[in-house]
Design a protein around this ligand. Structure first.
Ligand SMILES: [Mg+2]
Length: 277
């Protein structure tokens, strides 16, 4: 098959932060083109939301999955049981090397402690502020808890308002880009705003575009990507930037489709004629 439909997971083929529905699994099962996913989250977080219900609702095929912001490639074989194997891994810590990795963490900590970046007293730091996520490092100035209770939700809301009125993260981002310019230059470090409260620190190319390039390498000619965050600053944006700035040469082609829910994804799949009758 020459065409592959590549999907973001959260809010593209699932309801927001909820498991994939039987209706969507039936649609995926009826695709007339190949199926693949590129997700921001990592495997352990996606088991309950995507992989287990996909099998439970009867999907029995093989497909490629690109997780951890697209940087880690897995081969999935659901013909008899859930089988997920790493094909190509990526570890930002190994990529940077121990000295530069430590420099990165120390720079983030030092940034947090600068008087200019002190958070107002109404905003608390709850949980860890720095998280290692294999392919990238996430920095959340207000911290992150495993489970967010009402206090943490309120704290997050306060931070979002503060950030919007003071451009806090943009200022911090400028500082980080400056303080980490040596790693940006020699190790392709890339810092972006992540979600509403944090920073994603990764490596250029080790993002969802890795999925697109790998699918071309595997032999697909046409990749159609569906995602709910293709706007600038969104976590699908790397693919749209790739489409705009470095499109592949014919006969290869890439298309990107912005959706706002999994129901909309289903409609668009019908528009593309990707669903078997
Ligand atoms: Mg999404």
């Amino acid at each position: 098959m020459e065409t592959v439909a590549l999907f973001d997971i959260d809010n593209t083929i699932t309801p927001p932060r909820q498991p994939i529905t039987k209706q969507m699994v039936d649609i995926i099962d009826r695709l007339s083109v190949s199926f693949s996913v590129a997700a921001g989250s990592h495997l352990s977080l996606l088991k309950k939301q995507f992989f287990e219900p996909l099998f439970k609702f009867g999907y029995r095929k093989q497909f490629s999955a690109f997780l951890s912001n697209g940087a880690i490639q897995y081969q999935c074989d659901f013909s008899k049981k859930i089988s997920i194997n790493v094909v190509k891994s990526f570890d930002i810590r190994k990529h940077l090397g121990e000295t530069d990795y430590r420099f990165l963490l120390e720079t983030i900590k030092a940034t947090q402690e600068l008087p200019a970046f002190k958070l107002p007293s109404s905003i608390k730091v709850l949980g860890d502020t720095i998280a290692f996520r294999n392919s990238m490092v996430n920095f959340a100035p207000i911290g992150r808890l495993k489970e967010e209770g009402t206090n943490a939700q309120l704290n997050r809301k306060n931070f979002v308002e503060f950030d919007q009125s003071s451009r806090y993260r943009e200022t911090v981002l400028e500082h980080l880009n400056d303080a980490l310019s040596s790693l940006i230059e020699k190790k392709d470090l890339k810092i972006t705003l992540g979600g509403q409260t944090s920073f994603d620190i990764g490596i250029t190319g080790k993002d969802k575009t890795n999925a697109v390039r790998t699918l071309f390498d595997i032999g697909f000619k046409r990749v159609v990507f569906f995602g709910d965050a293709l706007f600038e600053g969104g976590n699908d944006y790397a693919i749209r930037a790739f489409e705009k700035n470095t499109p592949p040469k014919p006969p290869l082609s890439i298309e990107t489709v912005q959706v706002n829910s999994y129901e909309e994804t289903i409609k668009r799949l019908y528009d593309f004629n990707f669903i078997k009758k």
